[in-house]
Structure formats: structure tokens, C-alpha cells
Design a protein around this ligand. Structure first.
Ligand SMILES: NC(=O)c1ccc[n+]([C@@H]2O[C@H](COP(=O)([O-])OP(=O)(O)OC[C@H]3O[C@@H](n4cnc5c(N)ncnc54)[C@H](OP(=O)(O)O)[C@@H]3O)[C@@H](O)[C@H]2O)c1
Length: 162
């Protein structure tokens, strides 16, 4: 069932790539700042691999990590065994799903909004975001930028479920 309070936040390359070797394929500080602005003060839900790639709980956010390992724990993190258990924890609070590919794919049917940083360049990637079906998602905002340092265009795009 779709939850009105659940938003996906993701950065994708020109072919929907999101990661390589459990890290980000690009360096884009403006996107990290955008991510912080969007997620601060709200719970975040992530897969265990994404948590490992970040390496620590993100401050001023309730950090919820999904893992099948019942023994997994980390200070400052709530570990749960399924996406449903994570959704049960946050109830009707505005919550962001922050990856990675496995958790995005599972969360997409439950999500009502996508906040996507679309990077207009192709990177070497081994993990991908699902296609954004235009019959399901409508673009409602597009904020275009250019990274002089990296030499590519990117945009902060919001999609709402139709
Ligand atoms: N560009 C972006 O915006 C962005 C954002 C986030 C991440 N990333 C990238 O994405 C990559 C990581 O993505 P990923 O798909 O490999 O991993 P992931 O989705 O972050 O985590 C996968 C892990 O989550 C747990 N899990 C997944 N489905 C589950 C389920 N149904 N029930 C219980 N636990 C479940 C398992 O943990 P256990 O193995 O512990 O059981 C699984 O190994 C990295 O390269 C990262 O940098 C990119």
C-alpha cells in the first residue's frame, strides 16, 4: 500500500546508475548538501550495505537500517528485519528512504514522492535505480544546476505519484 508520508531520495546518473563497489560513483558536494537539507530532522530508512558505505549514523535523523542479520547492531541505529518493520516504526511521520538499490526497489510501490538528483553524465555503476514510469510518476519540480568543478549538469527533480 502507498504511504503518503514516504519519500525516496536518490541521485542517479544518465543511465539510472546509483553506485559502484558500495560507494557513490561521483563527487558532488552540492548534492550532499541537498540531501542533508531534505532529510534533516526526519527518520531515514536504508539497507545495511548503504549504512556500511556511510559508516556512521547520520546526525539529527532517526536512523533505521534494514538487515536480515538478527545480530547486527550499531550505536545510534535501529535495526529491523524488513521494510514493513521500518514502516511500522515511523508510523505517519514524514520519512525518507535513502537506498540502496535493493531497498529502493522494495520501497518504490509504497512511496508517494521521489526526490531525484539527475546527473547528466554516465558513470561506471554496478547498482541502479528502477525506471521511473511516466504513467505512475509526474514531474512536479525541476531545479537545474551546473557543476563547474565536475563539468556536468544536474537537476534536483521531484516526482509525485499520479
Ligand atoms: N546514488 C544514491 O543516491 C545512493 C543512495 C544510497 C546508496 N547508494 C549506493 O547503492 C549501493 C548499495 O545498494 P545495494 O542495493 O547494494 O544495498 P542496500 O539496498 O543498501 O542494502 C542491501 C542490504 O539490505 C538488507 N536487505 C535488503 N532487502 C531486505 C529485506 N527484504 N529484508 C531484510 N533485509 C534486507 C540486506 O542486509 P544484510 O545483508 O545485512 O542482511 C541487504 O544485503 C552502494 O553503491 C551505495 O553507494 C547510492
Amino acid at each position: 500500500m502507498t504511504s503518503p508520508n514516504l519519500t525516496i531520495v536518490v541521485a542517479t546518473d544518465a543511465q539510472r546508475g546509483i553506485g559502484i563497489n558500495n560507494t557513490l560513483p561521483w563527487r558532488l558536494p552540492e548534492d550532499l548538501a541537498h540531501f542533508k537539507r531534505v532529510t534533516i530532522d526526519h527518520p531515514i530508512i536504508m539497507g545495511r550495505k548503504t549504512f556500511d558505505s556511510i559508516g556512521r549514523p547520520l546526525p539529527n535523523r532517526r536512523n533505521i537500517v534494514i538487515t536480515r542479520n538478527p545480530g547486527w547492531k550499531h550505536d545510534g541505529v535501529e535495526a529491523v528485519a524488513s521494510l514493513q518493520a521500518a514502516l511500522d516504526l515511523v508510523g505517519s511521520t514524514l520519512t525518507h528512504v535513502i537506498g540502496g538499490a535493493q531497498i529502493y526497489a522494495e520501497a518504490l510501490p509504497h512511496t508517494s514522492r521521489l526526490i531525484v538528483t539527475e546527473i547528466d553524465r554516465k558513470f561506471d555503476c554496478d547498482t541502479f535505480f528502477p525506471a521511473i514510469d511516466p504513467n505512475v510518476w509526474k514531474e512536479v519540480a525541476r531545479d537545474k544546476h551546473h557543476s563547474a568543478e565536475q563539468g556536468f549538469d544536474y537537476a534536483f527533480v521531484t516526482y509525485d505519484r499520479i
